[in-house]
Design a binder for this molecule. Structure first.
Ligand SMILES: Cc1cc2nc3c(=O)[nH]c(=O)nc-3n(C[C@H](O)[C@H](O)[C@H](O)COP(=O)(O)OP(=O)(O)OC[C@H]3O[C@@H](n4cnc5c(N)ncnc54)[C@H](O)[C@@H]3O)c2cc1C
Length: 409
């Protein structure tokens, strides 16, 4: 069998893999990405958070993203029946970017991957990792090429950025069940045909809540070309056996604000669903490897945190690995796992408070204190690692006490 060599091997050229590759190239390391698809390919996860811009910039890909012409985004709007709220991410507690983009992931992921390739990363499209051997001194992956040829690739270190593929969690038996209930999302792209005077701010994601079933929510993510991504999320048992497209439209019509906004929409694309996307792992790293992005723990899409967490994981892992490759002693638990989990745990508190409605009550509360609004805005903008923000450092406690205060008003 053919035996190839690289320095750092990355499984997957999605956001976490491409940004890790860019950061590694900037640090002078050789990188080979193994990507089973050709790009552009569809992927869900289209609304970015401003915090993600910091990592795009650090990876040397900012100009590529800015010049691609994606839909500008400056905040998030929420609606439930007649209640409305919105957060402007530029008015936030934490320093840093206050704006970002809403992107079709096909072109967006290609922009990042092309930038990584331009910086010298080798990307082998239509090559799939089928096995790993981590028993020796160096990690070895077995790859099946587009022509069906199997070969091995040996490196100094392996990043698993395979996202929903979850290659190492599956092959190394690292999967653990998520504590979150099994939820389902049904989604599609539409030509939204929302009238300019309909009160729809295309520079914000719109999160709508079902008027009666408050754990069912919808996203409407406008793109720059008059199209939008629309999706509904609920517990698996809240959906039935109807076709995805029929069910999605029926749920959308039950949300009065969406029924109104999308009255002229052209539903021209097949709908898809994804069930049980929340996932967890026993460890984020091992002797020769680290897991990035969705190959780690994935919580929930409600706050659009997935790509930001993917970038953050790439940033922290590359920083740790660069020091290791330079011969320094590193502590993956402290420098990678614990740091990454600070933000994941802040998002976890927000996700739990969303589904038990405490956060919905806070968001739709008419009389928000400006400083507290700025702190919540910062977390919603992705600054979930800023421990100066009490809603990060003590997320659960602060959300509970704020909810109690809202209930008294
Ligand atoms: C319903 C839903 C809505 C979401 N909405 C948002 C949102 O609005 N904003 C947001 O930020 N996030 C969102 N997310 C999360 C987002 O989709 C992910 O967090 C993000 O795609 C993770 O990026 P990644 O690079 O880790 O993995 P991916 O984007 O999944 O990329 C992994 C790559 O690895 C490749 N791969 C897989 N297996 C192999 C293999 N064996 N060999 C070689 N290559 C392989 C795949 O082809 C793929 O290209 C949403 C998720 C869901 C479920």
């Amino acid at each position: 069998m053919r035996q190839d060599k690289s320095e750092v091997i990355i499984i997957g050229a999605g956001p976490s893999g491409a940004v890790a590759a860019g950061l590694l190239r900037r640090a002078g390391h050789a990188v080979t990405l193994i990507e089973k698809e050709t790009f552009p390919r569809f992927c869900i996860g289209e609304s970015l958070l401003p915090q993600s811009m910091e990592y795009i910039e650090a990876a040397g890909m900012l100009q590529d993203v800015v010049e691609a012409g994606f839909q500008f985004k400056n905040g998030a709007a929420f609606a439930c029946d007649k209640k409305h709220a919105q957060f402007d991410f530029r008015k936030k507690f934490s320093p840093g970017w206050g704006t970002t983009y809403q992107v079709q992931r096909g072109p967006f992921d290609k922009v990042l991957a092309d930038a990584a390739a331009r910086m010298g990363a080798e990307i082998r499209y239509q090559h799939e990792v089928t096995a790993v051997d981590l028993a020796g001194d160096k990690p070895v992956v077995t790859v099946r090429s587009a022509s069906g040829e199997a070969y091995t690739l040996t490196g100094e270190f392996l990043f698993d950025a395979s996202g929903y593929g979850r290659v190492l969690p599956r092959l190394l038996d690292l999967e653990t069940p998520s504590e979150l209930p099994v939820r389902q999302a049904i989604f599609t792209h539409i030509e939204d045909r929302v009238a300019p005077d309909a009160g729809f701010d295309r520079e914000k994601i719109l999160i709508s809540v079902h008027p009666e079933k408050r754990d069912i929510w919808y996203w409407l993510i406008p793109f720059s070309n008059g199209r939008s991504s629309i999706g509904v999320v609920g517990r698996r048992e809240q959906f039935d056996a109807r076709e995805d497209a029929e069910q999605l439209r029926a749920w959308v019509m039950e949300a009065p604000n969406l029924a109104q906004l999308l009255q002229h929409a052209k539903w021209d694309t097949p709908a898809q669903h994804i069930i049980g996307y929340s996932a967890n792992v026993k460890t984020l790293y091992g002797r020769h490897f680290a897991l990035l992005g969705n190959a780690t723990e994935f919580l929930d899409p409600v706050f659009s945190s997935g790509v930001t967490i993917a970038f953050k994981s790439a940033y922290l892992a590359v920083k740790t690995l660069s020091r290791q490759l330079a011969g320094e002693m590193v502590d993956w638990e402290q420098e990678y796992a614990q740091l990454l989990m600070t933000g994941v745990n802040a998002f976890r508190a927000f996700v739990n408070a969303w589904y038990d409605c405490r956060l919905q009550d806070i968001i739709f509360h008419a009389d928000k204190q400006p400083e507290i609004e700025r702190m919540i805005s910062a977390v919603l903008a992705g600054y979930a690692w800023d421990e100066k923000n009490p809603f990060v450092a003590k997320a659960e406690r602060r959300l509970a006490s704020l909810n109690a205060a809202c209930a008294l008003d």
